[in-house]
Structures are given as structure tokens and as C-alpha cells.
Design a binder for this molecule. Structure first.
Ligand SMILES: O=C(O)CCC(=O)C(=O)O
Ligand SMILES: [Mn+2]
Length: 209
């Protein structure tokens, strides 16, 4: 049985603090009003240079089940599950979202991975954002626009692994910190029958070599 992260959590100002062991999740249910978030969602769908990335699995190139765009300062080149990504320049709307996130978190970010889940068949499999370019305990700020999807977490090293799930709503912000990437995996599973799209922006800091 999966626990729900909303059980027994206390609000901290605008944010809900979810402490799971030594990992930290801060959730801001709504960082911009819903109409503005919808406008941002539509602007991004129409204007971001979405790319279809591929992964080599057992010698065959497979399209990953979502579109992506890696955006950021020119210095932030990044590797993601074996794919090298060169950032495209900041889009105005993404900058506005960045600045809102920076205000709330007290942290600025030099890059963002933007995922476009076209419908419930798009997804991201279990992984941690634990690439060395992000440092040991990265702060990653994840903004959701569009269809609500379920974000799942499970322990990396324990058997049996504890699991949690958390709905990610339109206009919400989830900040992952502490040992989240070291000790936990996360995924966004497929949803049968879902026709609506979702965009997720994960703001990150790439540490220069
Ligand atoms: O779409 C999400 O909420 C998660 C995306 C994610 O984990 C990633 O891009 O690393
Ligand atoms: Mn991730």
C-alpha cells in the first residue's frame, strides 16, 4: 500500500513541507493564478523548440516517450541518461517562471529541462537526477502546467522500498532537496485514457567543471 504524502503534513507559509526521512520536498500548490498558468502552458507548447530524443536500448535507438527542451545559460551543457544536451537560449515565459521560482526558493538556476507529455501515454521512468554536474545534494525546482499527473517516489537502496505518490497540479511547484536524489528514485507513470497534455519544467544548477 502506498502512503500519501499529504497525510499528516504541516503547511509552512505558502508551502507544504513533506519530510521523508532525510530528503526534503517542499510543495507550493499554486505559484501563479490558474489563468496565467494556462496562458504560459499554451505559449510554451506553441513556441518551445521541442525535440524528440532517443535512447539506445539493447543496440536499438528508441524514441523516449515525451518531447523535451534543454534551456539555459550558454555554459550549462548537460548529460541526461546518456543523451548530451546543449541548451537553447532562455525563452521569455520560462524566465518569468524562473524568477517566480527564484523568489519563492531563494535560489537561482542556470538551466531547466522542460518535458512535454502530450497525453497519458507519455511518461518518465524511475530515475534520480543524480548526474555529477548537479552536485551531491542538488536543489531541483519542478513546475507543472496542464494536466494533473501523479509523481511517484521510491527508496533506491532499501528492500522492500518505501513508496509515496503525490499529485502534481496545474501551476504547482515542487522543490526537491536534501538527499532526495541520493536516496530516492522518482517517476511519472503512464495514465490510460488521458488525452490532455502536461508540461514540466525542472530548474537545475549545472556546476561548471
Ligand atoms: O515531469 C515530472 O514531473 C518529472 C520530470 C523529471 O523527473 C525529470 O525531467 O527529470
Ligand atoms: Mn527527474
Amino acid at each position: 500500500m502506498q502512503a500519501n504524502l499529504f497525510d499528516g503534513d504541516e503547511p509552512t507559509g505558502e508551502a507544504i513541507k513533506h519530510s521523508i526521512d532525510d530528503a526534503l520536498l517542499l510543495e507550493y500548490p499554486q505559484i501563479v493564478d490558474s489563468a496565467e498558468a494556462t496562458q504560459m502552458f499554451e505559449t510554451l507548447i506553441a513556441n518551445i523548440p521541442w525535440q524528440q530524443e532517443h535512447l539506445r536500448i539493447a543496440g536499438k535507438l528508441r524514441a523516449i516517450p515525451r518531447l523535451q527542451c534543454w534551456m539555459g545559460d550558454r555554459t550549462s551543457e548537460y548529460g541526461y541518461s546518456g543523451v548530451r544536451l546543449t541548451p537553447c537560449p532562455w525563452h521569455e515565459t520560462v524566465k518569468v517562471i524562473h524568477d517566480r521560482v527564484a523568489d519563492l526558493s531563494g535560489t537561482t538556476f542556470n538551466s531547466v529541462l522542460i518535458n512535454y507529455y502530450r497525453n497519458g501515454q507519455d511518461s518518465v521512468a524511475w530515475h534520480a537526477d543524480d548526474e555529477s554536474e548537479l552536485g551531491e545534494s542538488p536543489v531541483i525546482a519542478s513546475v507543472s502546467l496542464g494536466a494533473e499527473r501523479i509523481f511517484e517516489l521510491k527508496q533506491k537502496h532499501q528492500t522492500p522500498a518505501k513508496k509515496y505518490k503525490l499529485p502534481l497540479r496545474h501551476a504547482s511547484l515542487l522543490i526537491m532537496g536534501g538527499t532526495m536524489q541520493q536516496h530516492w528514485l522518482h517517476q511519472l507513470p503512464k495514465v490510460q485514457g488521458l488525452k490532455e497534455a502536461r508540461i514540466n519544467l525542472t530548474f537545475r544548477n549545472i556546476i561548471a567543471d
